[in-house]
Design a protein around this ligand. Structure first.
Ligand code: CA
Length: 236
């Protein structure tokens, strides 16, 4: 699940980008000024930042400069209202990975985001494997015992969340916030519906119901590419 920081003070644009990214199965967080952008970016909890240049408190160029000075290598795509060569050159020299001139189409921004996220990862880390089940994070293709299975963006994001936490009980609320976003109605049964889809497509035995709590994904631990979250068990 990609965590994207959006630093944009125009709420119309921020919400447009936020909704779009969420619909793609990403987890966006919006901040409205340059100071917050820098602070959030420095937490290390984000895979990429979409950074507006004209921000209150501290402009996007300063945010970018301070980030790079502080050693952050997070990919940054700058948004500039001014379609000027000067801005673009300044942005790229200041350590931006790419830029978009406003107004832009969401698909254009999405393509650039995907490109930067991809560059950041080695081919091996783009595959999640658990006991006969493989998710290819680049192509969004799932294979079950060598057979290709088509998943929707949401199904893929849910399967990815499970596979990154093998053996762990994930509550409906956790799954809702990771896959659908924090503003989703907590009373919704959409998680149960989508787990049913995954059981049908990927095999019912992999997704255990934990009564009253949520679900647990059962994979083959020794086959895991990703480290399980949390401390490793002690050898003694
Ligand atoms: Ca602005």
């Amino acid at each position: 699940m990609h965590r994207i920081l959006i630093a944009e003070d125009e709420s119309r644009i921020a919400s447009f980008v936020e909704k779009g990214l969420r619909a793609e199965g990403m987890t966006p967080t919006v901040v409205g000024d340059g100071r917050a952008a820098f602070d959030y970016a420095m937490t290390g909890g984000f895979d990429l930042m979409v950074l507006d240049i004209g921000l209150p408190v501290m402009d996007g160029f300063s945010v970018l400069r301070q980030l790079r000075t502080a050693g952050s290598e997070m990919p940054v795509i700058i948004l500039t209202a001014r379609d000027s060569t000067t801005d673009t050159v300044a942005g790229l020299e200041g350590g931006a990975d790419d830029y978009m001139a406003k107004p832009f189409r969401f698909e254009e921004l999405l393509a650039r985001i995907r490109l930067r996220l991809r560059e950041d990862r080695s081919p091996d880390s783009m595959l999640l494997r658990q006991g006969g089940l493989t998710l290819d994070l680049r192509t969004h293709r799932a294979t079950v015992d060598g057979r290709t299975v088509e998943l929707s963006a949401r199904e893929f994001a849910l399967a990815e969340t499970f596979m990154r936490h093998p053996g762990q009980v994930l509550s409906r609320e956790q799954l809702l916030s990771r896959v659908w976003g924090y503003d989703f109605d907590p009373g919704s049964n959409v998680v149960d519906v989508y787990v049913r889809y995954l059981r049908r497509k990927l095999g019912g035995e992999r997704f255990h119901t934990v009564r009253g709590v949520g679900y647990r994904f059962v994979g083959d631990e020794s086959d895991a590419v990703e480290e399980p979250v949390g401390p490793a068990p002690r050898a003694d």
